[in-house]
Design a protein around this ligand. Structure first.
Ligand SMILES: *Cc1c(COP(=O)(O)O)cnc(C)c1O
Length: 316
């Protein structure tokens, strides 16, 4: 498991490469919850999501490599592309031909090679493994890696300095790198703090795995919280065990509540993607009832502007 020492070391290592993001109190959500509610505004992180913390820590820990690679086209792919460029390391982000052009452009704009292989995520992953095996690349996965988890944990250290009396921290949950790192940091400092994970109802792999007692695959379904989709890996090494140990509660959110969260945060001036709005959605729907102060981790900003506008208009 990843511990406080690893997270403190990560914080020193990545200082200057990632932003310390601010917190803001949400009066409206606080009134709804009946306790003070704070937002950790991590959607303002460079590349638009917390994933830069873990990717930067992982890249800075590498010895000599030919380059870095991954098969993620979302926030992790962007983060790794940026972290590699900062370190002067080549990055090859593998993706299938089904990836939309805007995601491909975002990776290229960050200076990485976007390599199109095959027409499934499996094909893309196969190429990333080949680069590791045959060409001396380091494969940096999006969550199940100790340096990635420690990097994400730096968000927890920051949050506790900003809201020292936090009683509950609500964290968007997919593969569990964010929750594992943040909860490890928080519980080391404040064992009584309550950690609530929030996923979407549709296709939450960690929730299904916890219920089964071991990592399982789930059918992926379209969701507004697209950054929370995908599996946790049947060979999961770290995040499944850490989430099982450190998370106190899990909330599964229907799509309507995610949309309500996006709309509410937009009204407070925060343009965020679905994954980042689950905390607000859980408070608005009355599903998150907990001791305060409550801190909601607002994890990312990368939403297609047209999709965001449609949600604000109330489109389903
Ligand atoms: C990756 C991601 C998450 C989930 O993080 P995990 O470490 O996979 O649990 C949440 N929100 C955003 C915006 C993300 O990009």
């Amino acid at each position: 498991m990843v511990g406080l020492e690893d997270i403190l070391a990560a914080r020193d290592r990545i200082a200057g490469q990632v932003l310390e993001t601010p917190v803001a109190q949400s009066i409206a959500l606080g009134e709804r919850a009946g306790v003070p509610v704070w937002l950790k505004l991590e959607h303002r992180q460079t590349t638009g999501a917390f994933k830069l913390r873990g990717a930067t820590n992982a890249v800075m820990r590498l010895g000599r490599v030919a380059g870095v690679t991954t098969a993620s086209t979302g926030n992790h792919g962007r983060a790794l592309a940026h972290a590699a460029r900062q370190a002067g390391t080549p990055a090859v982000i593998c993706m299938s031909s089904l990836v939309p052009q805007n995601k491909l452009d975002a990776i290229r704009d960050l200076g990485a090679e976007a390599r199109i292989v095959g027409d499934s995520q499996d094909d893309a992953f196969h190429e990333a493994r080949r680069l590791k095996r045959d060409e001396g690349f380091a494969l940096i996965p999006p969550f199940d890696h100790p340096d990635v988890i420690a990097g994400q944990g730096t968000l927890g250290l920051e949050l506790l300095e900003q809201v020292p009396d936090a009683a509950t921290v609500a964290i968007p949950l997919s593969g569990g790198g964010l929750l594992a790192g943040v909860a490890a940091a928080l519980k080391a400092r404040r064992p009584d703090i309550r950690i609530v994970g929030i996923s979407m109802e549709r296709g939450a792999a960690m929730a299904a795995s916890l219920a089964a007692g071991h990592p399982v695959e789930v059918r992926e379904l379209p969701t507004l919280a697209d950054s929370l989709g995908g599996g946790i890996g049947l060979q999961n090494r770290l995040t499944f065990a850490m989430v099982r140990k450190l998370m106190d509660d899990l909330i599964l959110l229907p799509e309507d509540d995610i949309a309500a969260g996006i709309r509410h945060l937009a009204a407070e001036g925060h343009v965020v993607e679905g994954a980042a709005a689950v905390g607000a959605g859980a408070i608005l729907s009355g599903r998150l009832v907990s001791a305060g102060p409550v801190v909601l981790v607002v994890s990312g900003a990368n939403i297609d502007p047209a999709a965001h506008a449609a949600i604000l208009r109330g489109a389903p």
